[in-house]
Design a protein around this ligand. Structure first.
Ligand SMILES: Nc1ncnc2c1ncn2[C@@H]1O[C@H](COP(=O)(O)OP(=O)(O)O)[C@@H](O)[C@H]1O
Ligand SMILES: [Mg+2]
Length: 241
């Protein structure tokens, strides 16, 4: 399957055109993104790779409406992010996008179950439904037996699986993960990606994640290589799509 940006423009779940991001001004400015064109369709499982400083985090932050581009357009789930107010962007993040970070970001005093329920509560979902969804998500990540443990009583791999459960429990259409396996050993890293991949198939969610890890990249259906703030290479593995 080939990807023509023009052809995909209307169907794409996310679409970037001529996107630049510059931090700072004048002599001390850093051009983190220098003209990115990218379209990702619904249900794709895409890895973002590239050396440190190539712009992976900046790109994910723009897609996730956590930051704004300097120029160019970013359209996510049919919304032109540049034209949204701060409040509209916050609502989009809460209702449609799941986030997984490198450092797990779990609340230490809450159990695994409570950590997952917490984001559902922010979305105004009632207690019974919260419990049901959290249990389902934890079970999908192989954590049914560990639901009552706090993060300090879980391994790194288990904590990151809780973070993935939390990111998908609200049934977002898009899940963004910035180096989710960076703190895991290779076995745990591969297991986490395999679970994300299964969620993508079973729930039809779209995943975009950044990584350094070649073993993790091997599980991606599509690999977008960034270098110096540009897409250097966009590799679609047809056999894994
Ligand atoms: N908030 C910021 N202020 C200034 N420079 C930044 C900021 N965030 C990122 N950068 C710079 O932008 C470039 C891309 O960074 P980043 O997106 O974090 O790359 P990656 O995630 O691929 O390591 C780097 O040169 C980085 O130093
Ligand atoms: Mg980064």
């Amino acid at each position: 399957m080939t990807h023509s940006h023009d052809q995909d423009a209307t169907r794409a779940l996310l679409h970037m055109r001529g996107v630049t991001k510059t931090f700072g001004q004048g002599d001390i400015s850093v051009h983190a993104l220098r003209g990115v064109d990218l379209a990702i369709g619904a249900g794709e499982f895409t890895a973002l790779v590239g050396p440190s400083g190539s712009g992976k985090t900046t790109l994910l932050n723009l897609i996730g409406a956590l930051d704004r581009q300097t120029s160019g357009s970013v359209t996510v789930l049919g919304r032109d992010l540049g034209s949204l107010t701060k409040r509209q962007r916050a609502r989009l993040r809460l209702s449609e996008i799941g986030f997984v970070f490198q450092a797990y970001n779990l609340v230490p005093v809450l159990t695994a179950q409570e950590n997952v329920e917490f984001v559902l509560e922010l979305r105004g979902i009632g207690a019974r439904e919260r419990r049901k969804r959290a249990q389902r998500a934890l079970a999908e990540l192989g954590l049914a037996e560990l639901a009552d443990r706090r993060p300090g009583e879980l391994s790194g791999g288990q904590q990151q699986r809780v973070a993935v459960a939390r990111s998908v429990a609200g049934e977002p259409r898009l899940v963004l993960a910035d180096e989710p396996t960076a703190n895991l050993d290779s076995d745990n890293a591969e297991a986490l990606i395999a679970m994300m991949r299964r969620l993508r198939t079973e729930r039809g969610m779209t995943f975009v994640f950044s990584t350094h890890d070649a073993r993790v990249v091997a599980h991606a259906a599509r690999v977008v290589h960034l270098r110096d703030g540009k897409v250097e290479h966009d590799e679609q593995k047809a056999n894994q799509a």
